[in-house]
Design a protein around this ligand. Structure first.
Ligand SMILES: *Cc1c(COP(=O)(O)O)cnc(C)c1O
Length: 393
Protein backbone atom coordinates (compact mmCIF):
# COMPACT_ATOMS: atom_id res chain seq x y z
CA UNK A 1 0.00 0.00 0.00
CA UNK A 2 1.17 3.52 -0.79
CA UNK A 3 0.67 5.67 2.30
CA UNK A 4 0.81 9.46 2.26
CA UNK A 5 4.27 11.04 2.02
CA UNK A 6 3.54 13.02 5.15
CA UNK A 7 3.48 9.93 7.36
CA UNK A 8 6.27 8.03 5.62
CA UNK A 9 8.94 10.45 6.80
CA UNK A 10 7.83 10.19 10.44
CA UNK A 11 9.65 7.86 12.86
CA UNK A 12 7.56 5.97 15.44
CA UNK A 13 8.17 7.04 19.04
CA UNK A 14 11.12 5.01 20.44
CA UNK A 15 10.21 6.03 23.99
CA UNK A 16 6.72 4.55 23.69
CA UNK A 17 8.15 1.38 22.05
CA UNK A 18 10.70 0.70 24.83
CA UNK A 19 8.19 1.48 27.53
CA UNK A 20 5.75 -1.05 26.09
CA UNK A 21 8.50 -3.69 25.76
CA UNK A 22 9.38 -3.23 29.46
CA UNK A 23 5.70 -3.36 30.42
CA UNK A 24 5.21 -6.57 28.40
CA UNK A 25 8.24 -8.19 30.13
CA UNK A 26 6.81 -7.18 33.51
CA UNK A 27 3.40 -8.58 32.60
CA UNK A 28 4.99 -11.94 31.71
CA UNK A 29 6.49 -12.14 35.19
CA UNK A 30 10.01 -10.78 34.57
CA UNK A 31 11.36 -8.59 37.40
CA UNK A 32 12.04 -5.40 35.41
CA UNK A 33 13.27 -2.12 36.92
CA UNK A 34 11.83 0.48 34.64
CA UNK A 35 13.24 3.98 34.36
CA UNK A 36 11.73 4.49 30.94
CA UNK A 37 8.36 6.05 31.70
CA UNK A 38 7.97 9.74 30.99
CA UNK A 39 5.19 10.12 33.53
CA UNK A 40 4.72 10.58 37.28
CA UNK A 41 3.94 7.37 39.18
CA UNK A 42 1.35 9.08 41.44
CA UNK A 43 -2.41 8.82 41.16
CA UNK A 44 -4.13 12.01 40.06
CA UNK A 45 -4.86 13.97 43.29
CA UNK A 46 -8.25 13.18 44.78
CA UNK A 47 -9.85 16.64 44.56
CA UNK A 48 -9.16 16.67 40.81
CA UNK A 49 -10.75 13.25 40.34
CA UNK A 50 -13.74 14.33 42.44
CA UNK A 51 -14.28 17.43 40.31
CA UNK A 52 -14.34 15.31 37.14
CA UNK A 53 -16.69 12.76 38.73
CA UNK A 54 -19.04 15.53 39.84
CA UNK A 55 -18.98 17.04 36.37
CA UNK A 56 -19.91 13.66 34.93
CA UNK A 57 -22.82 13.34 37.36
CA UNK A 58 -23.95 16.89 36.61
CA UNK A 59 -24.30 16.05 32.93
CA UNK A 60 -21.13 17.75 31.65
CA UNK A 61 -21.07 15.05 29.03
CA UNK A 62 -21.95 16.98 25.88
CA UNK A 63 -20.08 18.80 23.16
CA UNK A 64 -18.55 22.06 24.31
CA UNK A 65 -16.80 24.92 22.53
CA UNK A 66 -13.86 23.65 20.42
CA UNK A 67 -11.45 26.01 22.20
CA UNK A 68 -12.41 24.71 25.63
CA UNK A 69 -14.75 25.46 28.54
CA UNK A 70 -14.59 29.27 29.09
CA UNK A 71 -14.04 28.79 32.83
CA UNK A 72 -10.95 26.67 32.11
CA UNK A 73 -9.55 29.17 29.60
CA UNK A 74 -9.92 31.89 32.25
CA UNK A 75 -8.32 29.70 34.93
CA UNK A 76 -5.34 29.04 32.63
CA UNK A 77 -4.95 32.75 31.86
CA UNK A 78 -5.05 33.55 35.60
CA UNK A 79 -2.43 30.91 36.40
CA UNK A 80 -0.11 31.97 33.58
CA UNK A 81 -0.19 35.46 35.02
CA UNK A 82 0.15 34.42 38.65
CA UNK A 83 2.88 31.83 38.15
CA UNK A 84 4.81 33.17 35.18
CA UNK A 85 3.86 36.86 34.76
CA UNK A 86 2.50 36.10 31.30
CA UNK A 87 -0.33 38.39 30.22
CA UNK A 88 -2.62 36.38 27.99
CA UNK A 89 -6.37 36.97 27.74
CA UNK A 90 -8.69 33.92 27.90
CA UNK A 91 -9.28 34.39 24.12
CA UNK A 92 -5.56 33.76 23.64
CA UNK A 93 -5.85 30.24 24.99
CA UNK A 94 -7.01 27.02 23.36
CA UNK A 95 -7.48 23.86 25.41
CA UNK A 96 -5.95 20.86 23.64
CA UNK A 97 -5.69 17.10 24.06
CA UNK A 98 -2.39 17.41 25.91
CA UNK A 99 0.85 19.29 25.38
CA UNK A 100 1.74 17.09 22.43
CA UNK A 101 -1.46 18.11 20.67
CA UNK A 102 -0.71 21.77 21.45
CA UNK A 103 2.57 21.48 19.57
CA UNK A 104 0.88 19.67 16.71
CA UNK A 105 -1.83 22.32 16.40
CA UNK A 106 0.74 25.09 16.52
CA UNK A 107 3.06 23.66 13.88
CA UNK A 108 0.14 22.82 11.59
CA UNK A 109 -1.18 26.39 11.65
CA UNK A 110 2.14 28.25 11.64
CA UNK A 111 4.50 26.38 9.33
CA UNK A 112 4.72 26.12 5.56
CA UNK A 113 6.81 23.81 3.42
CA UNK A 114 10.44 24.92 3.61
CA UNK A 115 10.07 26.84 6.86
CA UNK A 116 12.88 26.04 9.26
CA UNK A 117 12.34 25.06 12.88
CA UNK A 118 15.36 25.38 15.18
CA UNK A 119 15.51 22.53 17.69
CA UNK A 120 18.36 22.25 20.23
CA UNK A 121 19.78 18.72 20.60
CA UNK A 122 19.01 16.71 22.70
CA UNK A 123 15.32 17.33 22.09
CA UNK A 124 12.01 15.83 23.12
CA UNK A 125 11.16 13.15 20.54
CA UNK A 126 8.04 14.70 19.03
CA UNK A 127 9.38 18.15 18.06
CA UNK A 128 11.19 16.97 14.95
CA UNK A 129 8.48 14.55 13.86
CA UNK A 130 5.63 17.06 14.21
CA UNK A 131 7.67 19.62 12.26
CA UNK A 132 8.06 17.03 9.49
CA UNK A 133 4.33 16.28 9.42
CA UNK A 134 3.83 20.03 9.00
CA UNK A 135 6.17 19.88 5.94
CA UNK A 136 8.70 22.10 7.67
CA UNK A 137 12.44 21.46 8.00
CA UNK A 138 13.83 20.69 11.46
CA UNK A 139 17.23 22.34 11.98
CA UNK A 140 19.03 20.56 14.78
CA UNK A 141 21.60 22.47 16.81
CA UNK A 142 23.97 20.33 18.89
CA UNK A 143 24.52 21.58 22.43
CA UNK A 144 27.37 20.70 24.79
CA UNK A 145 27.46 18.73 28.01
CA UNK A 146 29.76 21.40 29.48
CA UNK A 147 27.01 23.95 28.91
CA UNK A 148 24.37 21.71 30.50
CA UNK A 149 23.01 20.71 27.07
CA UNK A 150 21.62 24.23 26.62
CA UNK A 151 21.79 26.23 23.40
CA UNK A 152 23.90 29.39 23.63
CA UNK A 153 22.83 32.78 22.19
CA UNK A 154 25.73 32.48 19.69
CA UNK A 155 24.55 29.07 18.51
CA UNK A 156 20.98 30.35 18.13
CA UNK A 157 22.14 33.41 16.19
CA UNK A 158 24.24 31.24 13.87
CA UNK A 159 21.34 28.88 13.18
CA UNK A 160 18.84 31.58 12.17
CA UNK A 161 18.35 32.06 8.43
CA UNK A 162 15.73 34.03 6.46
CA UNK A 163 13.71 30.78 6.39
CA UNK A 164 13.62 30.34 10.16
CA UNK A 165 10.06 30.56 11.41
CA UNK A 166 10.11 28.86 14.80
CA UNK A 167 12.50 28.17 17.67
CA UNK A 168 11.60 25.39 20.09
CA UNK A 169 12.59 26.07 23.69
CA UNK A 170 12.01 23.47 26.41
CA UNK A 171 12.91 24.36 29.97
CA UNK A 172 12.94 22.44 32.26
CA UNK A 173 14.01 19.96 29.62
CA UNK A 174 13.01 16.46 28.71
CA UNK A 175 15.38 14.50 28.37
CA UNK A 176 18.10 16.40 30.29
CA UNK A 177 16.19 17.98 33.19
CA UNK A 178 18.26 21.13 32.69
CA UNK A 179 16.74 24.54 33.40
CA UNK A 180 17.76 27.74 31.60
CA UNK A 181 18.59 30.48 34.10
CA UNK A 182 16.72 33.82 33.82
CA UNK A 183 19.93 35.37 32.38
CA UNK A 184 20.19 32.68 29.74
CA UNK A 185 16.52 33.16 28.79
CA UNK A 186 17.03 36.92 28.47
CA UNK A 187 20.07 36.41 26.26
CA UNK A 188 18.11 34.10 23.93
CA UNK A 189 15.25 36.64 23.82
CA UNK A 190 17.73 39.32 22.74
CA UNK A 191 18.77 37.21 19.77
CA UNK A 192 15.18 36.42 18.80
CA UNK A 193 14.16 40.09 18.96
CA UNK A 194 16.75 40.85 16.26
CA UNK A 195 14.91 38.54 13.83
CA UNK A 196 11.32 39.60 13.46
CA UNK A 197 10.15 36.59 11.41
CA UNK A 198 11.01 34.12 14.18
CA UNK A 199 8.48 32.86 16.72
CA UNK A 200 9.36 30.85 19.80
CA UNK A 201 7.32 28.02 21.22
CA UNK A 202 8.13 27.59 24.87
CA UNK A 203 7.26 24.10 26.08
CA UNK A 204 6.80 24.70 29.79
CA UNK A 205 5.13 21.47 30.81
CA UNK A 206 7.69 20.94 33.62
CA UNK A 207 7.78 24.53 34.90
CA UNK A 208 6.51 23.59 38.36
CA UNK A 209 9.01 20.76 38.83
CA UNK A 210 12.16 22.59 39.97
CA UNK A 211 14.84 21.82 42.59
CA UNK A 212 17.53 23.49 44.68
CA UNK A 213 15.92 26.93 44.41
CA UNK A 214 16.03 27.07 40.60
CA UNK A 215 13.68 29.64 39.06
CA UNK A 216 11.75 29.41 35.86
CA UNK A 217 11.53 32.53 33.70
CA UNK A 218 9.19 32.23 30.76
CA UNK A 219 10.73 33.83 27.69
CA UNK A 220 7.35 35.49 27.06
CA UNK A 221 7.70 37.39 30.33
CA UNK A 222 10.96 39.10 29.31
CA UNK A 223 9.27 41.92 27.34
CA UNK A 224 6.04 42.94 25.64
CA UNK A 225 7.70 42.52 22.22
CA UNK A 226 8.83 39.00 23.10
CA UNK A 227 5.38 38.06 24.45
CA UNK A 228 3.86 38.85 21.06
CA UNK A 229 6.11 36.25 19.44
CA UNK A 230 5.91 33.64 22.18
CA UNK A 231 3.57 30.70 22.13
CA UNK A 232 3.30 28.72 25.37
CA UNK A 233 2.69 24.99 25.10
CA UNK A 234 1.84 23.27 28.34
CA UNK A 235 -0.52 20.90 30.06
CA UNK A 236 -1.62 19.11 33.20
CA UNK A 237 0.09 15.75 32.64
CA UNK A 238 3.32 16.23 34.55
CA UNK A 239 2.70 18.69 37.42
CA UNK A 240 -0.71 17.24 38.35
CA UNK A 241 -0.03 13.63 37.39
CA UNK A 242 -2.78 13.65 34.76
CA UNK A 243 -1.04 12.00 31.79
CA UNK A 244 -4.01 9.88 30.72
CA UNK A 245 -6.52 12.71 30.98
CA UNK A 246 -5.23 14.34 27.83
CA UNK A 247 -5.60 18.01 28.72
CA UNK A 248 -3.13 20.69 27.68
CA UNK A 249 -3.18 24.17 26.24
CA UNK A 250 -1.63 26.60 23.85
CA UNK A 251 -1.38 30.33 24.64
CA UNK A 252 -0.35 32.89 22.06
CA UNK A 253 -1.25 35.56 19.53
CA UNK A 254 -5.02 35.73 18.82
CA UNK A 255 -4.55 34.78 15.12
CA UNK A 256 -2.64 31.64 16.06
CA UNK A 257 -5.18 30.61 18.68
CA UNK A 258 -8.07 31.26 16.30
CA UNK A 259 -6.41 29.16 13.59
CA UNK A 260 -5.63 26.34 16.04
CA UNK A 261 -9.27 26.41 17.18
CA UNK A 262 -10.44 26.14 13.58
CA UNK A 263 -8.12 23.17 13.00
CA UNK A 264 -9.34 21.57 16.21
CA UNK A 265 -12.94 22.26 15.20
CA UNK A 266 -12.44 20.00 12.19
CA UNK A 267 -10.34 17.34 13.89
CA UNK A 268 -10.73 16.60 17.60
CA UNK A 269 -13.36 19.23 18.54
CA UNK A 270 -13.42 19.98 22.27
CA UNK A 271 -11.30 18.09 24.77
CA UNK A 272 -13.32 15.58 26.85
CA UNK A 273 -15.76 17.84 28.70
CA UNK A 274 -15.61 16.35 32.20
CA UNK A 275 -11.82 16.07 32.03
CA UNK A 276 -11.76 19.85 31.57
CA UNK A 277 -13.62 20.24 34.88
CA UNK A 278 -10.91 18.20 36.57
CA UNK A 279 -8.37 20.59 35.06
CA UNK A 280 -10.27 23.60 36.44
CA UNK A 281 -10.02 22.06 39.93
CA UNK A 282 -6.31 21.43 39.38
CA UNK A 283 -5.67 25.11 38.68
CA UNK A 284 -8.10 26.81 41.06
CA UNK A 285 -7.88 24.63 44.18
CA UNK A 286 -4.93 24.08 46.52
CA UNK A 287 -1.52 23.60 44.89
CA UNK A 288 -0.23 21.49 47.80
CA UNK A 289 -0.39 18.30 45.73
CA UNK A 290 2.13 19.74 43.27
CA UNK A 291 4.54 20.45 46.12
CA UNK A 292 4.06 17.01 47.68
CA UNK A 293 4.98 15.30 44.41
CA UNK A 294 7.87 17.69 43.82
CA UNK A 295 9.35 16.84 47.22
CA UNK A 296 9.12 13.12 46.44
CA UNK A 297 10.88 13.70 43.11
CA UNK A 298 13.56 15.78 44.85
CA UNK A 299 14.47 12.90 47.19
CA UNK A 300 14.60 10.37 44.34
CA UNK A 301 16.67 12.70 42.20
CA UNK A 302 19.28 12.95 44.92
CA UNK A 303 19.56 9.18 45.27
CA UNK A 304 19.70 8.45 41.56
CA UNK A 305 22.16 11.23 40.88
CA UNK A 306 24.56 9.94 43.56
CA UNK A 307 24.22 6.38 42.34
CA UNK A 308 24.87 7.27 38.70
CA UNK A 309 27.94 9.34 39.43
CA UNK A 310 29.37 6.48 41.50
CA UNK A 311 29.45 4.29 38.37
CA UNK A 312 32.90 4.31 36.73
CA UNK A 313 32.87 5.79 33.24
CA UNK A 314 29.47 7.46 33.62
CA UNK A 315 29.17 11.26 33.80
CA UNK A 316 26.02 13.18 34.54
CA UNK A 317 25.46 16.86 35.29
CA UNK A 318 22.94 17.57 38.07
CA UNK A 319 19.77 18.97 36.55
CA UNK A 320 17.43 21.40 38.30
CA UNK A 321 14.09 20.31 36.92
CA UNK A 322 11.69 17.73 35.49
CA UNK A 323 12.28 14.10 36.59
CA UNK A 324 15.04 12.84 34.33
CA UNK A 325 18.78 12.24 34.40
CA UNK A 326 20.68 12.04 31.14
CA UNK A 327 24.11 10.47 31.77
CA UNK A 328 26.83 10.18 29.17
CA UNK A 329 27.71 6.51 28.62
CA UNK A 330 30.13 6.94 25.70
CA UNK A 331 33.05 5.45 27.68
CA UNK A 332 31.38 2.04 27.41
CA UNK A 333 32.02 2.14 23.66
CA UNK A 334 28.41 1.16 23.02
CA UNK A 335 25.80 3.09 21.06
CA UNK A 336 22.87 4.17 23.19
CA UNK A 337 20.67 1.55 21.53
CA UNK A 338 23.21 -1.27 22.14
CA UNK A 339 23.55 -0.10 25.73
CA UNK A 340 19.79 -0.10 26.40
CA UNK A 341 19.15 -3.39 24.57
CA UNK A 342 21.91 -5.25 26.44
CA UNK A 343 20.92 -3.73 29.77
CA UNK A 344 17.30 -4.77 29.36
CA UNK A 345 18.23 -8.27 28.13
CA UNK A 346 20.95 -9.06 30.68
CA UNK A 347 19.94 -7.06 33.76
CA UNK A 348 16.26 -6.25 33.18
CA UNK A 349 16.59 -2.48 33.51
CA UNK A 350 14.68 -0.30 31.05
CA UNK A 351 16.16 3.05 29.95
CA UNK A 352 15.61 5.16 26.86
CA UNK A 353 18.52 5.40 24.38
CA UNK A 354 19.71 8.94 23.82
CA UNK A 355 19.47 8.47 20.06
CA UNK A 356 15.69 8.90 20.48
CA UNK A 357 16.50 12.48 21.54
CA UNK A 358 19.21 12.96 18.92
CA UNK A 359 22.22 12.20 21.15
CA UNK A 360 23.71 8.72 20.85
CA UNK A 361 26.28 9.12 23.65
CA UNK A 362 23.66 9.29 26.39
CA UNK A 363 20.73 7.44 27.93
CA UNK A 364 17.70 8.81 29.74
CA UNK A 365 16.56 7.63 33.17
CA UNK A 366 13.30 8.75 34.69
CA UNK A 367 13.19 8.86 38.50
CA UNK A 368 9.41 9.04 38.56
CA UNK A 369 9.37 5.72 40.35
CA UNK A 370 9.76 4.44 43.92
CA UNK A 371 13.06 4.53 45.82
CA UNK A 372 13.31 0.74 46.08
CA UNK A 373 13.18 0.40 42.31
CA UNK A 374 15.75 3.19 42.00
CA UNK A 375 18.16 1.43 44.38
CA UNK A 376 17.71 -1.99 42.77
CA UNK A 377 17.88 -0.67 39.23
CA UNK A 378 21.02 1.36 39.97
CA UNK A 379 22.69 -1.74 41.52
CA UNK A 380 22.07 -3.59 38.27
CA UNK A 381 23.12 -0.67 36.09
CA UNK A 382 26.37 -0.36 38.06
CA UNK A 383 27.13 -4.06 37.55
CA UNK A 384 26.30 -3.85 33.88
CA UNK A 385 28.64 -0.93 33.21
CA UNK A 386 31.45 -2.58 35.19
CA UNK A 387 30.99 -5.72 33.13
CA UNK A 388 31.09 -3.80 29.84
CA UNK A 389 34.19 -1.84 30.88
CA UNK A 390 35.94 -5.07 32.02
CA UNK A 391 35.38 -6.81 28.67
CA UNK A 392 36.77 -3.72 26.92
CA UNK A 393 40.21 -3.78 28.53
C1 LIG B 1 5.19 14.94 28.42
C2 LIG B 1 5.64 16.07 27.56
C3 LIG B 1 4.76 16.82 26.76
C4 LIG B 1 3.29 16.63 26.58
O1 LIG B 1 2.64 15.66 27.20
P1 LIG B 1 1.08 15.48 27.07
O2 LIG B 1 0.85 14.21 27.76
O3 LIG B 1 0.73 15.44 25.62
O4 LIG B 1 0.45 16.65 27.75
C5 LIG B 1 5.27 17.89 26.04
N1 LIG B 1 6.57 18.19 26.07
C6 LIG B 1 7.43 17.50 26.82
C7 LIG B 1 8.85 17.93 26.82
C8 LIG B 1 7.01 16.40 27.57
O5 LIG B 1 7.91 15.71 28.28
Amino acid sequence: MQLANRIRKVTPSITLAIDSKAKAMKASGVDVCSFSAGEPDFDTPEHIRTAAKNALDQGKTRYGPAAGVPELRSAIADRLYKDNQLEYKPEQIVVTNGGKHSLYNLMMVLLNEGDEVIIPVPFWVSYTEIAKVADATPVMVMTEEANGYKITPEQLEAAITPKTKLFVLNSPSNPTGMVYTPEEIKALAEVLLRHEQVYVVSDEIYHKILYDGATHLSIGATSRAMLERTIISSGFAKAYSMTGWRVGYLAGAPEIIKAATTLQGHSTSNVCTFAQYGAIAALTESQDCVETMRLAFAERREVMYQRLNAIPGVTCPKPDGAFYLFPNISQTGLTSMQFCDALLEEFQVALIPGIAFGLDTNVRLSYATDLTTIERGCDRLHKFVEKVLATQS
